[in-house]
Design a protein around this ligand. Structure first.
Ligand code: ZN
Length: 315
């Protein structure tokens, strides 16, 4: 049986993954699903807005997928039960332990076994319902990515997307509305730059583990992607073994126009930009160079320096 091909965007939040997803969503044969890691909580339990603009349970895609996965698994747990299985399976601090094969199978015990079996059914149902050969998941957490590498029916192709830690730190200090909360005005959490620096380091350091577990792994700088979106993606997709013929025209247009194609997509969670259904320019967001205070710039630089340098960033 053909495996389900999943392009997994790994890294840390605000790395440009939503922009990349908006681009990939416009390529033939692909469907971009947002941060599937949050499906059970933000979708099933909280009924937040899907990227198509409908509340999760009124969306014409997700309810069928979830019900199909649960039916094939032959179980009817509550959302709280599934979330308990997930917490036992994909916590970020478990990632180093998962690198030891002897420990990996024991972490989370029966709950982890149930959760990974459910994920296997979920991605199979997503493949069937979308009718596309390649699914794009921007969950980013390395711990969740490692779980996906355990699914026998999934072939995981990882794009580890890194962005300058100072730009990421600045982004997390900005006030951003959460349009998916449709019954009141809500905002995304804001974090001090030093906290973001520590989280950026942890997530990116651990994401390298996917190199040894996934079918394919490619480290990619956000800044390189926005500079040459069409050429970079063509190279990455060919490296992953996907024939570029069906997508060549769109990739060439992308490289020439540097704009996303407007696509209505069922992304379950992610940055507010996923709700944009109009064509948007692909350009470098470097406001942090002007607006990030010097003290924060210095502390983030020093805290993330070894890894930042290895990615080719300089002061
Ligand atoms: Zn939808």
């Amino acid at each position: 049986m053909e495996p389900v091909h999943v392009i997994y965007i790994a890294g840390y939040g605000r790395c440009g993954s939503t922009l990349m997803e908006n681009v990939l969503a416009g390529l033939p044969g692909m469907t971009a699903l947002g941060e599937v890691k949050y499906l059970w909580d933000r979708g099933c339990r909280q009924n937040l807005l899907c990227g198509c603009g409908q509340p999760f349970w009124q969306c014409d895609f997700w309810p069928g997928v979830v019900n199909d996965a649960l039916r094939k698994q032959g179980i009817h747990p509550s959302w709280e039960e599934i979330l308990a299985w997930q917490r036992a399976s994909d916590a970020i601090l478990m990632t180093p332990l998962r690198l030891w094969p002897a420990l990996d199978r024991r972490i989370g015990g029966q709950q982890c076994t149930r959760f990974t079996e459910l994920l296997g059914q979920l991605y199979a149902a997503l493949h069937t319902a979308s009718g596309r050969s390649i699914l794009v998941d921007s969950s980013k957490f390395p711990s969740y990515g490692l779980l996906l590498t355990r699914l026998p029916n999934v072939k995981l192709h990882v794009i580890h997307l890194v962005r300058d830690s100072r730009a990421v730190a600045y982004s997390w200090t900005r006030k951003k509305q959460r349009p998916e909360v449709h019954w009141e005005t809500a905002y995304m959490p804001r974090y001090p730059a030093v906290r973001t620096a520590a989280a950026w380091y942890l997530h990116n350091r651990l994401a390298h583990a996917l190199k040894h577990r996934a079918a394919n792994y490619r480290l990619l700088r956000y800044e390189a992607f926005v500079e040459n979106p069409g050429d970079v993606l063509q190279e990455v997709l060919e490296e992953f073994g996907f024939q570029s013929d069906p997508r060549r025209l769109e990739l060439e247009r992308l490289q020439a126009d540097r704009t996303t194609s407007p696509v209505r997509r069922h992304s379950v969670s992610g940055n507010p930009d996923r709700f944009r259904q109009s064509s948007t320019p692909i350009q470098l967001d470097a406001v942090w160079r002007r607006d990030l205070p010097l003290a924060a710039r210095c502390s983030v630089f020093l805290l993330t320096w070894p890894l930042l340098r290895s990615y080719g960033y300089r002061w």
